[in-house]
Design a protein around this ligand. Structure first.
Ligand code: C5P
Length: 234
């Protein structure tokens, strides 16, 4: 079974392209309680230095750039990500077998290696959106198909909604299987633009191995306290 770096229970999504805001959040959060998810917005604005800021503070980093390109390009991007000392990297499973295998080859399993996971179907897409791009059947079936392909290519897991978490955990079982779940809201907090939200505890009991949480923490007046409250709830 593939091994990878240990994963935090919570990755806080840093969806900000404002430097002061990013530095404030990194100061406010405790690296013993969470990792940081850096996505396209912050990475496009600040590049690798934003990863460096998080690493200097001791946060494990989920580099959420969802690579999707020809196999050689994705493999090189994965190597570049490893050199940034990140804990978790993702690609689009719809890049296909050769792309997934190239990513795995670039990031061979090992205790020092980042976890390598795939996005199956973007949760913004419904059956009709898939039909329009020539994918027949239901989104659910497509998620299952791409998850199996991902596992078959030796990757560690998937990003998915909590609704899919238990089915995905069956595809990626054991200590090293990774099921990373956004759309999480502590009881009583605003859903924002998320449609189907679950509480952190529900997501974990559904099979999630790590949670991605953004606004309930980053939008709180005291982000550090908000994180602590969620950890306490777990
Ligand atoms: O603020 P919020 O908790 O909704 O942030 C969730 C994070 O997870 C955002 O970075 C969002 O882009 C990401 N995400 C998501 N749903 C997915 C995949 C990623 O909300 N299906």
């Amino acid at each position: 079974m593939a091994t990878h770096r240990p994963q935090p229970r919570i990755y806080v999504a840093l969806d900000a392209a404002d430097k002061t805001r990013i530095r404030f959040l990194m100061e406010a959060l405790d690296p013993a309680l969470c990792g940081i998810k850096i996505g396209k917005e912050a990475f496009t604005a600040f590049g690798p230095q934003v990863v460096g800021w998080a690493r200097e503070r001791g946060f494990p980093v989920f580099l959420d750039l969802k690579f999707h390109d020809i196999p050689n390009t994705v493999a090189q991007a994965c190597r570049a990500a490893r050199d940034l000392d990140v804990a978790l990297v993702n690609v689009h499973a719809s890049g296909g077998r050769r792309m997934l295998e190239a990513a795995r080859e670039a990031l061979p399993a090992g205790e020092e290696s980042p976890g390598l996971i795939a996005v199956t179907v973007l949760t913004s897409m419904e059956d009709a959106d898939l039909a329009e791009i020539g994918v027949g059947g239901t989104a659910e079936a497509q998620v299952e198909r791409l998850a199996r392909l991902t596992a078959d290519c030796g990757l560690d897991g998937v990003v998915c909604s909590a609704r899919e978490a238990s089915a995905m955990r069956a595809v990626f079982p054991g200590e090293t299987g990774l099921v990373v779940t956004p759309g999480v809201r502590p009881a009583g907090s605003a859903a924002d633009d998320q449609r189907r939200v679950v509480t952190p505890a529900e997501a974990l009991s559904a099979g999630a191995t790590s949670l991605v949480i953004g606004r309930p923490i980053t939008g709180a007046s005291d982000p550090g306290k908000a994180l602590e409250a969620i950890v306490a709830e777990l």
